[in-house]
Design a protein around this ligand. Sequence first.
Ligand code: IMP
Ligand code: MG
Length: 173
Amino acid sequence: MVIGRPLFTVEQIQNRVKELANSISGDYEGKDLLVVPILKGAFMFASDLVRSIKVPLTIDFITASSYVQTGTSGEVKVHCDIRENIRDKDVLLIEDIADTGITLNYIRERFLERGTKTLKICAFLNKKERRIADVPLDYVGFDIPNMFVVGYGLDYENKFRNLPYIAVFKKTK
Ligand code: IMP
Ligand code: MG
């Protein structure tokens, strides 16, 4: 297993996260914002993002997974749900990466059923080519081609989440 070249450096990430936070701050002025990072992958992105958001917010977490190694199983499991009541709230889901879109689509639909006032999605990375579920993304950090990446919260078999940058991942036999 090797970590390949950095795709996005710490500086590029931090600059982009600030831009996203500025857009979000503008859009949620005067609203009742509830930020929901999808764990584990979104923990690092979300912690940077919320520190730059200038409007009051509440935060709650959901733990979900759909991915098996470098292929998606297509089945979403919610291991730990949020505790907040989301009825009539302006909810912003935070995800590390939109790949097939199945995870985001599943959580989005479950949240809409609970009667949110608004529901938007912020994904740090977007692998458009791989999309199966047509889920709307309101804020995207970076579009990337169909390659497997690790770092900044993203893992391979639960490792490499702690890298402060995004690296291309290559599996060696
Ligand atoms: P989706 O349901 O197929 O969109 O899968 C989303 C999840 O797959 C993400 O939250 C990640 O955990 C994982 N994933 C997708 N692509 C990558 C990648 O390139 N590196 C690490 N994890 C990935
Ligand atoms: Mg994930």
